[in-house]
Design a protein around this ligand. Structure first.
Ligand SMILES: [Zn+2]
Length: 415
């Protein structure tokens, strides 16, 4: 019988026993083990031990003292093909889509571009500690195929799907309802529930899908509701006022932007709505109600991307940030960027840790006032290596549904 591969990583280990929620200090949810031991056997986390409980000689030791070891980050909203347009200047969302995003996405019609793009993107996520992600592909089937195949090879928890977009977009990015449904069914049958992969039905946003296409998306969710926990649904909602006005013109029968999705049967426990800046109380009640109808998780999730740029203390009146439904931190979406934000989101709220200022793990740990939220500032495509050698010290490991990636946060001081 082959001996298991046993790795013991020594460093400052921060991990979580439960959701820290919105408490100032997270209560006792966050646990910190200075110079602790993370034991990994055959790629799975076995234990976290205190410094005075070192493993025996069967474990190969790796000394990462002076560095911070964290569970893998989970990114709830990111666009793979937009890796190429990070930092591109755009005054407003709709302008930015037309000038930069759509041309970049059109290139993914080429399977080779999709393959190379998926590899670059997912390696970039891993290199910055993100081991699980809900990802937008492009409208092309081949782009989802490439993400799934590469994500599977890398052992990632990846949820993605072909973008649905049958109007108000360039011709080379426009699909139609029938072909889109066939592509989705093929992808779902091939990938959903395989290893750590899952499919997300992905209408880009209400303005680029016809009523018929939104209804088709809902049919897919219903048809596969019993397979591997059901499909996910991801889309955008109410990011900018211009966008909200446009959707109101396209769907005059709907009370609000969010109501378009509700009316088409797209809100459920596995719905993830990006942004949600300009929601009102009725919208928030709608989200809560959609959650109550679900047996599995409390309610749909809004990934609070652009809201993070203002922060809760300065959220504009009416901003959904003030009374969230269920929120998940995500990188800012315009432009969506996977790398700086994941590491930058973990800052000491009391301003001890800023890019360009020293922040050692002991000081960082004493405060325990972590700011889980992401910030704005993706306009500068910085690269912060995750270890002194420029590469993460381990491959991602999973345990009991939790994914870990040993990331060295000494880079936090590098600005
Ligand atoms: Zn987005």
């Amino acid at each position: 019988m082959t001996e298991p591969i046993r790795l013991a990583l020594c460093g400052d280990i921060l991990h979580f026993q439960r959701d820290p929620g919105w408490d100032d200090d997270g209560g006792d949810a966050a646990r910190f083990e200075p110079d602790g031991w993370l034991l990994v056997e055959d790629g799975r986390v076995q234990a976290v031990r205190a410094a005075d409980q070192p493993p025996d000689a069967r474990w190969t030791r790796h000394d990462w003292r002076g560095h911070l070891i964290l569970p893998g980050f989970i990114d709830t909203h990111v666009h793979a093909p937009q890796l190429d347009v990070i930092g591109s200047y755009g005054a407003q969302l709709l302008d930015w889509l037309q000038r930069y995003t759509f041309p970049a996405e059109a290139r993914y019609a080429d399977p080779e571009q999709s393959r190379r793009g998926a590899e670059r993107f997912l390696h970039a996520l891993l290199a910055h500690g993100t081991t699980a992600a809900l990802v937008y592909a492009t409208v092309h089937k081949t782009s989802s195929e490439a993400l799934f195949a590469t994500g599977q090879a890398l052992g990632m928890r990846l949820v993605t799907g072909k973008v649905l977009m049958d109007r108000n977009c360039p011709d080379d990015l426009r699909d139609d309802v029938a072909q889109a449904e066939r592509d989705c069914v093929d992808l779902i049958d091939r990938w959903h529930g395989v290893d750590r992969l899952a499919y997300a039905v992905t209408p880009r946003f209400a303005a680029t899908s016809s009523r018929a296409q939104l209804s088709m998306a809902a049919r897919l969710l219903d048809a596969y509701r019993d397979r591997a926990g059901g499909l996910y649904m991801q889309t955008h909602v109410a990011e900018s006022r211009d966008e909200v006005r446009w959707v109101a013109e396209l769907f005059p029968e709907s009370r609000s932007y969010l109501d378009v999705y509700a009316a088409h049967g797209l809100l459920g426990a596995r719905s993830v709505l990006a942004h949600g800046i300009w929601l009102d109380d009725a919208d928030r009640a709608l989200l809560r109600e959609a959650g109550r109808r679900s047996p599995s998780v409390p309610r749909p999730t809004c990934s609070s991307a652009a809201a993070c740029s203002t922060g809760p203390g300065r959220a504009p009146p009416g901003c959904a940030w003030r009374r969230p439904a269920t929120w998940a931190a995500a990188p800012a979406c315009a432009p969506c960027a996977p790398w700086p934000t994941a590491t930058r989101c973990l800052r000491c709220r009391a301003s001890a840790c800023r890019p360009g200022r020293a922040c050692t793990p002991p000081r960082w740990a004493r405060r325990r006032r972590l700011d889980w939220r992401t910030r704005s500032g993706t306009s500068r495509p910085e690269r912060w290596p995750t270890s002194s050698s420029g590469a993460g010290p381990t491959a991602p490991c999973s345990s009991a549904g939790r994914t870990w990636h040993a990331a060295c946060m000494s880079a936090c001081s590098r600005g």
